[in-house]
Design a protein around this ligand. Structure first.
Ligand SMILES: [Zn+2]
Length: 216
């Protein structure tokens, strides 16, 4: 399935593109698309006043773009919580379902769902659930690949992307895990982490760039 306009807006939200400009390269990595499709979509979004683009500097959401993205993210993440908590979905399974449900969800339904779930603050991937009227920026923007060896960090959030979630489930990395960075491979090589049980976990540089942490 090729990512549509809304997938781009949601990814930019997740990458914190409101106050900061993000590179086309990070969109390419986040959506697994070609640089050409990113440029094409960015021009479309710019025509609709949803983003601004500065050559060689990057893309930024406008306020209108931010409101749009925030409302989609809200519905998406509420459904994710519902599916995990009430229908026993795993965290790598919920994305596809939430992707469909978010489009069929009115504001009333999202409000009812929110109170039914007792106003959850975060989705199963650690992303914040924005409120209906005010948009909130995504906290926890520090990515794992920017840290140094010996740093002790806690995994706070991961990018909501099926392949990444499956990969993390496979290597056994979860939200709230505390790990120490043991070794960082040269030239964007793999990163070796040691978890709280003393077990080593190897994560690729690309995946680490979409895992967000807090330094302890
Ligand atoms: Zn999520």
């Amino acid at each position: 399935m090729t990512p549509n306009k809304e997938d781009y807006l949601k990814l930019m939200y997740e990458l914190g593109a409101y106050r900061n400009k993000i590179s086309n390269k990070s969109i390419v990595a986040g959506l697994n698309v070609s640089p050409a499709s990113v440029s094409e979509m960015v021009s479309k979004l710019e025509k609709d006043n949803l983003v601004t683009h500065t050559p060689y500097q990057g893309v930024q959401l406008t306020e209108q773009g931010m409101i749009y993205a925030s409302s989609l993210i809200r519905k998406h993440r509420l459904w994710e919580v519902f599916l995990v908590e009430h229908l026993n979905y795993s965290w790598e399974e919920v994305h596809v379902e939430a992707e469909i449900l978010e489009h069929a969800t009115s504001d009333i339904l999202s409000n009812r769902l929110e109170s039914f779930l007792n106003n959850p603050e975060f989705c199963p991937h650690g992303g914040i659930i924005p409120s209906l009227d005010t948009f909130i920026e995504e906290p926890n923007q520090l990515s794992l690949n920017t840290r140094s060896e010996q740093d002790r960090v806690v995994i706070k959030r991961v990018l909501d992307e099926t392949e990444l979630l499956e990969y993390l489930a496979e290597i056994g990395l979860q939200i709230n895990d505390i790990v120490t960075i043991k070794k960082i491979g040269a030239y964007e090589g793999p990163i070796i982490l040691t978890n709280e049980h003393g077990k080593d976990v190897m994560i690729s540089y690309k995946a680490a760039s979409n895992v967000f942490i807090d330094v302890l």
